[in-house]
Design a protein around this ligand. Sequence first.
Ligand code: BES
Ligand code: MN
Ligand code: MN
Length: 462
Amino acid sequence: MDNIKQYVQNNKERFLNELIELLKIPSVSADSAYSQDVIDTANAVKSSLEKAGCDFVELCETPGYPIVYGEKIIDKNLPTVLVYGHYDVQPADPIELWTSPPFEPVIKTTELHPEGAIFARGACDDKGQMYMHVKAFEYMIQNNCLPCNVKFMIEGEEEVGSSSLGWFVERNQAKLANDVILISDTGMISNQQPSITTGLRGLSYVEVEVTGPNRDLHSGLYGGAVANPINVLAKMIASLHDENNRITIPGFYDKVEELSMAEREKMAQRPYSEEAYKKALDIEEVYGETGYTTNERNSIRPTLDVNGIWGGYTGEGAKTVIASKAYAKISMRLVPNQDWEEITELFKKHFESIAPKAVKVKVTPHHGGQGYVTPIDSIGYQAAAKAYADTFGVQPIPVRSGGSIPIVALFEKELKSKTIMMGFGLDSDAIHSPNEHFGVFNYLKGIETIPLFYKYFAELSK
Ligand code: BES
Ligand code: MN
Ligand code: MN
């Protein structure tokens, strides 16, 4: 695999152009207006796997969007790597905050990406990172150095909860049998300091509806005499955290895994500058649970956040009105041992219990999933660490991420294998935000590093 660097350099333009073509298709899974584009993207991924050298590729129909499955089985006695990724993307809005249209990819330089970054929705999450695997596979086929069997499973509903993938995995255990699952859908510390994601948080996502009077009312005629659902909702939400920013739902912390002091000290050794963190976000101060550092708050601690809140009049000018209803979407990020269904139940019970009699409350669970932690002494982790060390010249650091890929816990349960998360994005790549981008350096480094994972995984499996 000595010539991988050369191969990437020689094919750099083509690799970029192919990704740019994929990014032009707006595969927004959350919005049914894009359903044909989502399907077109599945077909594009299918044909890229065929061209790269899979023996067999198919679109697997599900109750939702199809799953692209491809494989190259070279020898039943060799280990099998299952690559997972997603071809769907987040909605692009608010569109007016993009400096270039989200589905017209362009390469621009940034402070952290002096070699340029591709700006487009999905550039990093996850089309860019998923496509690195297709190109790394192409390299191994072209150069006759594929040391493992490979299966690809690329889904189109990750950003909306992966419900069809759960359905698919439960029905296809034999087809998906593998020795390790490999995912690039996370980040790393910086381009100078690679890291391997060893943990993901779980998630419980709910929507709440608060109903007051049976119709919108004049806020002068009725104001002060009936419950205003927006006022009440705001008060209820505010009460969900105490003065130490701890969540007040009874039982919420009961099962939270507490890390030992030694583990926390180890975590604190990762390079991190609070000054740079605050500067990048234009904030005077960080904010969170008392007694924990920023890196702990956003990885090993559970959280509760309002993701959206609405009701009443939000148009131009002023309208004096007491709305009949108020709404909010709330996510809870969970840590190991917290069960998402149990937490959803605790939330529902608590939220209903704190509602004043003057309103009615409805809690609707959306989706969720368990958190995940992967050990660092597995063959898969060791292979990934060696691969990063080779291409970056620096030993990677294990890091627990605050994000969620709920399906990973299900993979372990159904397929009985560990997942290795080799992410190449940066937190500053603005995934889910306007101006999402993915560094050209990161994209190409990913393509370079992945074949080394296969090589070391095969060697260590012997
Ligand atoms: N790729 C992200 C998750 C991620 C990003 C994990 C960076 C770690 C580091 C994934 O596409 C995502 O956005 N997941 C959602 C959950 C899903 C159920 C919608 C999330 O974390 O909000
Ligand atoms: Mn993703
Ligand atoms: Mn995402």
